[in-house]
Design a protein around this ligand. Structure first.
Ligand code: DON
Length: 591
């Protein structure tokens, strides 16, 4: 329920004004670190949200004439900038950011997890790399179900929760194919940050403090809680073991991780804690180049991630459905939120039942992304009445423990990367000697088909555990091309299933509602994932009037603090705008 009085006035104003071009000129974005002149974003207007909105600043975009990096960590964004300034391209910088996040944002940055990257080079080449974790060879369908048939928490915490990490192999493969620098060069900032340490900020302190109980069940306690409490804000956090692992990887390449000393530490940790990842698992890991999902929405082109992520197909299906409604109702109206919910509901019904690792399960990709199929789904949607998804038990709201970063360079190359260890600090297992957290990605499988996972997602047999299989993801790194074929947006998010809907909304805010990136990012978000059958809305952003209207249409509506964590870049006249998630930590920085 909305408790704060400001919330009551909020969406009244939002629904009236945010969908129209502002009469006043767009305010200039905040001065960029480079102090470069700020362009007016003529074609975009600044949304005039109520003063009570919890992300009040409409001036949050950083500007760069040439290049831009946006991530959830200031230091990781700066690592990317350092590489760009040294002559690296967007891929060099992206890999630098990825390794730096493993040091400065241990919450989600990682070498013990995996991710997805969507790439669009200035020469028109597009690519997608899947470095999702895979289930260990000894994994079994029911490994997380106890003798009484009850789902245990072993897919979430502890040594069994981990899939075989793909991050190191994936980033290296992407760098080899599209980068211009060596692994050692792009890893240098990360190694320096781990070896020499960095000043802990209050965000890291708070996040560590909140995770203390879980983390101190395992080996990371001494590093992150040296005196029994989380490293204090301002204190220097040195990660010697991690520095050693990173240096080994920089010197010897991914083999150091998959067949060498870092892998040995990982396997020893698994043995110590009853995990099942072996040397054979590590040696067998390969990242996979995939054909990106390419679709159109009102003349714009979306390039996004295919399975083992559900992101691209689910988003495309949603967009195709929405395209049938032209024009969409005004941003901020109950009618608009209803239509989004109905489109997302249908796309998630397909997602949860039909999508999975396409190397293991036949996935009807072409059908799901076809405009003809979307037309049949759109025809079932009433503009005034909610439909119903067959009922299941509601799951828990998701935490936000993935991280997305976006990079563009001066040539127009663009890289969108989302990486995760799933839950915050993953399985909480920290590899002794290796210095990094392991993922708890096994929970992204349907550990017990039909039973909600930690995101409340109810998924089917297609996504059941099988050795060597990739668990279905929602990660949606996406690049949007303008009508002239040039990069318009580089975007992606953390937030479990809300990744898909939040990325879709930021894109819609820009291309359907004409917002500036800053406003598209701070605009209130909603979410629907078919089950639980409810619309989730950000509590300070959707007023009682809108919620009442949605309920009258037959929707269950629940409110929550924030939805998803997006980092995005948008092309503007004369350069790029970068915006880090207004709801979270991070930095967009360019030059
Ligand atoms: O791959 C996925 O869909 C999840 N492991 C993502 C987890 C996530 O975004 C958690 N943070 N919010």
């Amino acid at each position: 329920m909305l408790k704060r009085p400001t919330a009551l006035v909020l969406l009244a104003s939002l629904s009236l004004s945010a969908c129209r071009p502002s009469a006043t000129p767009s305010p200039a974005p905040a001065p960029a670190p480079s102090q470069a002149p700020q362009p007016q974003t003529d074609a975009r207007y600044s949304g005039t949200f109520s003063g009570g909105f919890r992300f009040p600043e409409a001036r949050e975009a950083a500007f760069g004439e040439q290049a831009m990096v946006a991530s959830n960590s200031d230091l990781a964004s700066q690592a990317g900038l350092e590489i760009l300034r040294a002559g690296g391209n967007a891929m060099d910088a992206a890999v630098a950011v990825g390794f730096a996040l493993a040091v400065t944002y241990p919450f989600a940055g990682n070498i013990g997890g995996g991710g997805f990257m969507v790439i669009r080079m200035a020469d028109g080449r597009t690519a997608a790399i899947d470095y999702r974790e895979i289930a260990p060879l000894a994994a079994t369908r029911d490994m997380f179900v106890d003798a009484t048939g009850k789902l245990t928490d072993k897919s979430v915490v502890g040594h069994l929760a981990s899939g075989v990490p793909g991050a190191v192999a994936g980033m290296d493969a992407a760098l080899q194919r599209f980068g211009t620098m060596s692994l050692a060069q792009v890893m240098a900032p990360a190694i320096r940050l781990a070896r020499e340490g960095f000043a802990v900020d209050s965000a890291l302190f708070r996040s560590l403090s909140g995770a203390k109980q879980r983390l101190c069940r395992f080996e990371g306690c001494a590093t992150f809680f040296p005196s029994g409490e989380a490293v204090a804000p301002g204190a220097t956090l040195v990660q010697r073991d991690l520095a050693r692992s990173l240096q080994l990887i920089a010197d010897r390449g991914p083999d150091a991780f998959y067949e060498g000393p870092v892998g040995d530490s990982l396997v020893a940790e698994m043995r110590r804690g009853g995990g099942i990842i072996t040397r054979e698992d590590l040696a067998a890991y390969v990242p996979k180049w995939r054909e990106p999902v390419v679709s159109t929405y009102r003349g714009y082109t979306l390039i996004t991630m295919p399975p083992a992520s559900s992101g691209g197909i689910t988003m495309t299906e949603s967009f195709n459905i929405l395209e049938e409604f032209a024009p969409l109702p005004a941003f901020g109206s109950a009618e608009y939120t209803h239509l989004l919910a109905e489109a997302f509901r249908r796309a998630f019904i397909d997602r949860n039942a039909k999508l999975a690792d396409a190397d293991f399960v036949p996935v009807p990709r072409d059908e799901l992304v076809s405009k003809a199929y979307a037309k049949t789904l759109a025809a079932q949607i009433s503009r005034t009445q909610a439909s119903k998804t067959p009922a299941f038990t509601a799951g828990r709201p998701e935490p936000e423990h993935t991280t997305h970063y976006s990079v563009v360079d001066g040539k127009g190359n663009a890289v969108a990367t989302t990486t995760t260890i799933n839950g915050g600090y993953g399985s909480a297992v920290w590899v002794r000697g290796g210095g990094f957290f392991m993922n708890n990605e096994m929970d992204d499988f349907a550990a017990q088909p039909g039973t909600p996972n930690m995101f409340g997602l109810v998924q089917g047999e297609a996504n059941a555990v099988q050795p060597g299989k990739r668990m279905l993801s929602a990660m949606s790194p996406t690049i949007v091309l303008d009508k002239d074929g040039s990069v318009l947006l580089v975007v992606g998010a953390a937030g479990g299933p809300t990744i898909i809907t939040a990325v879709a909304q930021v894109i819609l805010h820009v291309i359907e509602h004409g917002m500036t990136l800053a406003d598209a990012m701070r605009a209130p978000r909603m979410h629907h994932q078919s089950l639980p059958d409810q619309i989730r809305v950000e509590s300070v952003g959707f007023n009682e009037q809108m919620i009442t209207a949605l309920r009258a249409m037959g929707h269950e509506v629940v409110t929550q603090q924030g939805i998803a964590n997006v980092n995005a870049i948008m092309r503007v006249p004369g350069g790029w705008h970068g915006v880090k998630e207004p709801r979270g930590s991070g930095l967009a920085i360019g030059y």
